[in-house]
Design a protein around this ligand. Structure first.
Ligand code: CTP
Length: 435
């Protein structure tokens, strides 16, 4: 019996899919179809897939062409599958031509011509609503927003606004955006979602204006230097039934949820100590220190909660402001140290010591894709990781797409009480800075 295998996502099952399965079958007596698993697609950044895995499997099954259906769960699985299922011929569309030649060591490799004029991407573009994103910027650096947004079906970055005409024009040019504007009314008229990327002092005003125009808002935290003002912004968003969400990508990446699960679920016992350090040397951006501080406090409020007993703040300043700060929190359960270096470089790391294990991330933990678990009972350090693609922004956007589809405006990434607690601490540090 000659066995044939082929793979695909088979999203929004179409004629091209049917044709390739039919032709693949003709290369043998038994056809195995590999359908990509959801985790695999998420890990490689293919967030555009619409149908669930169960639906995609069902659609392949309904053709009656597959003798067996398997799930493709990780990169490199194909080699193992060829050996395990004793495959004679591997068939794939010629959009992959040359990419799988290395498999010819294991079995026959056949590339078949794609059916012309149809693809899942095309169908998705035709049938799903696209939201236009406008960026409000005071620097010509998009932090990959445009590229990341454009990988999803649901979004497209269409315009940029800046108070400064030159920045707006340069931003448009650099990222190939349709329009640039210094006229707010004109800018708001063309967008559904506003992404605010500017210095902290200006954020609240832009947020207010965007919400008043019934636009959903994504903004770097903190939205304001005042808790009271931020509360009002949340209320305004609620009254206008729009989303107001922090641009904290970390909480939308699987590995962070694993870490949260592990620490909240008691898997490393009681948390005795939590320490994290963050630094970046980005002198050009005003108040970057407070952006770093807000980010540094985020895993603390998520993992340790918002109820600390007291905090001791040490800062060191130069003529431009804070260059380094160390915050020492006492919680009922343990101690937390947050170190933030602005011009002072600190080694980026996060360490959580629990009574039955220690978790550690070396390097840029806020965009890490792994953590280590040092379990004293085990001989080796366990590594937990989940791949993600790009800088993480598309995962945040995907959540926004789901919220829009489900008609909900309250975010479960950084909760409002957590964001407000972060600002309460920011206020304390600002107070210290002034004295
Ligand atoms: N395929 C084909 N003809 C098409 C579309 C797909 O022969 N018009 C083949 C692919 O080459 C692949 C299989 O069908 O061997 C599964 O492809 P998949 O990536 O799931 O479909 P696409 O329509 O290409 O999806 P997307 O637009 O998301 O890339």
């Amino acid at each position: 019996m000659k066995k044939v295998i082929t793979y695909g996502t088979f999203d929004l099952f179409h004629n091209g899919h049917y044709n390739i399965l039919k032709r693949a079958r003709e290369y043998g007596d038994y056809l195995i179809v590999g359908v990509t698993g959801e985790n695999y697609d998420i890990g490689r950044g293919k967030l555009s897939v619409h149908d669930t895995l169960a639906e995609r499997i069902e659609n392949v099954k309904k053709t009656g062409l597959a003798d067996e259906i398997i799930v493709e769960e990780y990169l490199g699985q194909k080699i193992g599958d060829i050996i395990r299922y004793d495959i004679d011929t591997f068939v794939i569309g010629d959009d992959w031509k040359g990419k799988f030649d290395h498999l010819s060591r294991y079995c026959n490799m056949v590339y078949l011509e794609r059916t012309k004029g149809i693809s899942s991407t095309q169908i998705r573009n035709e049938i799903f609503k696209t939201y236009d994103i406008g960026v409000i910027a005071d620097i010509v650096d998009d932090n990959q927003i445009v590229k990341e947004a454009n990988t999803l079906n649901e979004f497209r970055v269409t315009s940029v606004y800046s108070d400064d005409e030159e920045i707006a024009a340069d931003f448009k040019e650099k990222y190939g955006i349709d329009s640039a504007s210094t006229d707010m009314e004109e800018f708001f008229a063309g967008v559904d979602i506003v992404f605010i990327r500017c210095e902290t002092e200006k954020r609240a005003e832009f947020i207010r204006k965007a919400i008043a125009q019934k636009k959903h808002v994504i903004c770097d935290p903190p939205f304001s230097f005042s808790q009271e003002e931020q509360k009002k912004l949340y209320q305004l968003a609620k009254d206008n039934n729009v989303i107001l969400i922090d641009n904290v990508k970390m909480v939308y990446i699987h590995v962070f949820n694993q870490l949260l699960w592990m620490t909240q679920g008691g898997l490393i016992g009681d948390i005795l100590s939590f320490q994290c350090s963050i630094s970046r040397n980005d002198r050009d951006r005003k108040n970057i220190f407070y952006d770093l501080l807000a980010l540094g406090l985020c895993p603390m409020v998520k993992i340790m909660g918002c109820e600390y007993n007291n905090v001791d703040i040490q800062i060191s300043k130069d003529s431009d402001g804070i260059e380094f700060a160390s915050l020492d929190f006492k919680y009922d359960s343990g101690r937390v140290i947050i170190n933030v270096g602005n011009k002072v470089r600190v080694r980026n790391q996060l360490e959580i010591i629990g009574s039955t294990g220690t978790i550690k991330i070396n390097g840029n933990w806020w965009r890490g894709s792994y953590f280590e678990l040092d379990d004293p009972e085990a001989d080796e350090v366990e590594i937990y990781n989940t791949n993600y693609h790009g800088n993480g922004f598309k995962y945040l956007l995907k959540t926004v797409a789901t919220m829009l589809a489900n008609g909900r405006i309250d975010t479960m990434g950084v909760f409002q009480d957590e964001a407000l607690k972060i600002i309460e601490i920011v206020e304390k540090v600002r107070e210290k800075e002034k004295n």
